[in-house]
Ligand binder design. Sequence first.
Ligand code: AKG
Length: 442
Amino acid sequence: MSDYVLLVSERSGLHLSHTADHRHFQLRRRCDDSCIWTWESVSSLRNAQTGSVINVEASDLRTTKPALWDEMFGPGASKLIAPTYRLMTEEGETLALGDPGVFGVRQAPDRLPSDYLVDLERQGWTVVENIMSPEMVSNLIENINQVRAENADKEAQVKAGQDSRPYKSNDNLIRPRSLMPREESFLGMTPAVAQALMHPVSLWLIESYFGVDDIHYCQCPGFSILRPAEKIGDNARVEPGGWHADYPYPLNSENEAHTYMLGPEEFKKLDASISPRYPNWKQRKDRLGMQFNIALTDFTPEAGATQFVLGSHEFDGPPPKELNEVPTVAGTGPHKDVVQMSFPAGSGILYDSRTYHRAPPELNVSGKERWAMLTCIVPSFVRDLRERDDKLESADAFARATDVHSALTQRELDDVLKMLCDDESGTPRKDIEAIVAANTSS
Ligand SMILES: O=C(O)CCC(=O)C(=O)O
């Protein structure tokens, strides 16, 4: 683990950067290399790109109230609050930048943002560490487990159904969202969800890879808990199938419309949102989707980590029929190039949505559940999957979650409004903006 950190303004949530070209400090919404710092001593930080040094002094001027957080957001939530510092120039003056000069220090990913971008450009995927701190992961798991405990009967029914059939990709997993009342959302339960989704390094990577400034989530992120593979007898066999590409691209060679569950009208609307700019988008030549899956438990082959055909984002067509005709056995026949990636809890894998992949329930031989937050991001002009995937309900739940609003920085709030609370045209919903503004100005 590196000791890279981000400096986040308590007031605006923007990040301190130092640029070589201008040789001055700035505040930024997204974090490229200029926003990465390392501790040089207990009272100074060095910019990883320019080597410029700033002095820091611990500050108790935080605007958050730790004592309330555990009560509001569940066990361990107060540990999500970053320590704060007053920043000073080498001459001993407060580094104000239109701000009181108080910054939270948050751990950054292990490598420089530009290194991950090189990976993405070269291979179509990368793993970004420390998207969630161990404290964020455990607080989120506590919240999800509480929902599971409250809906234990429903979960038992789901499991009984799964136990009565063979392994199939996208089965043998629990989706906690489907257990709880529709008007509730994890986005409104703990700030950890929005903090992870709006991570300033991953958003910089995604925008840079797409070459756009405006992106949004195509659905409200889903949680997926892959159960241990413990089936016996005939049900221990594996059904063929599961290979797909992600939204908005054609799912597989049998199914062009990723929106097939919503009917042909929805596909027409999706097509209409993309075709004016990319008339041949279904040919998979343009960068229009990125999957961002965050591990809440370690992803390893034994825990059933996702199977990929890496590099397939550059293949001409969607996953071909032969991949889905026979059970997947990595390294053999049509599955000769199938691999799994290992990465620890709190990391996120970013991959081009065109990449062929599959969830392998039969491979989780760890004896434990494999937990993940699965998300999908597209440029804002690409229509989202709002009808099927509860984005609207989650946005409404977020509007009611006034405690979460107060716990997020202004930058995080703005990005949640833009990327998860937008309307059909990709513009933040005015009703939610007004509620959040009224709540955070008081
Ligand atoms: O859960 C997995 O391993 C795969 C998830 C997946 O298929 C997806 O995010 O599209």
